[in-house]
Design a protein around this ligand. Structure first.
Ligand code: PGA
Ligand code: ZN
Length: 413
């Protein structure tokens, strides 16, 4: 049984220098924990609401003082002293106190800060590493995830130099340590390739991916294959690719606008099928726009060997996942806890996805903090893959470095 003795929030800054929420909680036995929430830029319309102050004179309206005030003045008085046996009791209470479908009263950032900090405090109270506690929330055994690491960026994370958002490398190694070492070599090789090809040092995007001025989207896929080869690895065997097309963000008036081309839904499906045949893709995320359900189903029924991964489509929302299952619109879930706002609802999304035999990819946001709980979540919830961004920025490395620690801990067990 846990009883919260104190609960406070603080406005801190994320990796883009924008405000976000950090919460600290003390349990009645003195156990203390802190946790911070991330924030997206390429967001899905069905995500729970991220509460921002809207005062344009401060952080362009992005301040989180209202969210912080909601923790300190609304949630703390309601929760302090209450008996909270487990995570779902707390999360249920948080949803009840908010009272809306999309957390629009208190804010999903407000609520998630409290949901997360409570999980970390309970793990400490139980004397368990956080990944073990997360695994217990689902009643499963922890397992380290595979890696999908950002190599090239476009879309909203790189001012749309190219339309697609991420080309990722999926090292086919048995360990996190080996995967990261391989990724270092591929990243260096890609940086050198870009210098040769475009005559410039490639700028990096929000998640630390290289953002070369490629003439079109497919060139990035070809460049990624070449970077793998130039690093001395075999594309498709030693390292595969993953794509986040994030196509909702270039879908206008029922058409896909990428690199001077305007494609119908069917043509977009054909393009993705063509890429999946010619490149070693483990998954294609958001290949179609978030409401283009028909073409999601068409892609899903025709594609072979590449997972159809829903991010903006599903928004970690159990109702949307159910609808996607009924319509066979996807076969993998990108899970981002802040899209839904509590760990327990994200756990339900996870259970649903697994019940349909889907893969689950546990993902960070493009605006991250140095908090490393995602390393634990991706292991505790046995994600098939983790998606955190590149290997060059500390807010990303906090998670990779945590996975290295967890790998060591699990080897010792
Ligand atoms: P976001 O994007 O965190 O900026 O929303 C990440 C993604 O689309 O996967
Ligand atoms: Zn995405």
């Amino acid at each position: 049984m846990s009883v919260i003795q104190s609960l406070r929030a603080l406005e801190i800054l994320d990796s883009r220098g924008r405000p976000t929420v950090q919460a600290t909680c003390v349990l009645n036995d003195g156990t203390t924990a802190t946790a911070s929430v991330p924030s997206g830029r390429s967001t899905g319309s069905a995500e729970a609401l991220e509460l921002r102050d809207g005062d344009l004179k401060r952080y362009g309206g992005l301040g989180c003082r209202t969210a912080v005030g909601n923790v300190n003045h609304l949630l703390a008085p309601a929760l302090i002293g209450a008996e909270l046996p487990d995570q779902s009791t707390l999360d249920y209470r948080l949803c009840e106190l908010d009272g809306t479908d999309n957390k629009s009263r208190l804010g999903a950032n407000t609520i998630l800060a409290v949901s997360l900090v409570f999980a970390r405090a309970q793990a400490k109270q139980r004397g368990l590493p956080l990944y073990r506690h997360f695994a217990d929330l689902l009643g499963i055994e922890p397992k380290l995830p595979g890696l999908t690491i950002n190599l090239f960026s476009g879309g909203k994370h790189a001012e749309a130099q190219v339309a697609i958002q991420d080309v990722l490398i999926a090292p086919q190694t048995d360990s996190i340590a080996d995967g990261l070492a391989m990724m270092y070599a591929i990243y260096q090789s890609a940086a050198a390739l870009i210098k040769d090809k475009y005559g410039m040092r490639a700028l990096t995007a929000d998640e630390g991916g290289l953002a070369p001025p490629a003439p079109n989207d497919e060139v990035l896929l070809a460049d990624a294959v070449q970077a793998i080869e130039r690093a001395g690895y075999r594309p498709g065997e030693d390292a595969k690719l993953a794509l986040d097309v994030a196509s909702s963000h270039f879908f206008k008036d029922g058409r896909y606008h990428l690199h001077g081309q305007v494609l119908s839904g069917e043509e977009m499906v054909d393009l993705l099928l063509d890429w999946s045949r010619r490149y070693p893709l483990v998954s294609i995320e958001d290949g179609l726009a978030e409401e283009d359900w028909l073409h999601w189903s068409s892609l899903c029924s025709r594609i072979e060997g590449t997972r159809v991964l829903g991010d903006d489509l599903l928004c970690t929302n159990p109702a949307r996942i159910r609808y996607a299952m009924e319509n066979k619109a996807a076969n993998a879930l990108l899970l981002k806890v802040n899209q839904i706002g509590t760990l327990s609802e994200a756990a339900e999304a996870h259970r649903l996805a697994r019940s349909a035999g889907w893969e689950v990819v546990i993902s960070a946001r493009s605006g991250e903090t140095e908090d490393n709980w995602l390393g634990d979540l991706s292991t505790g919830w046995a994600g098939d893959y983790i998606k955190v961004g590149s290997i060059t920025q500390s807010e990303r490395l906090a998670k990779y470095n945590r996975l290295l620690e967890i790998e060591e801990l699990m080897n010792e067990e």
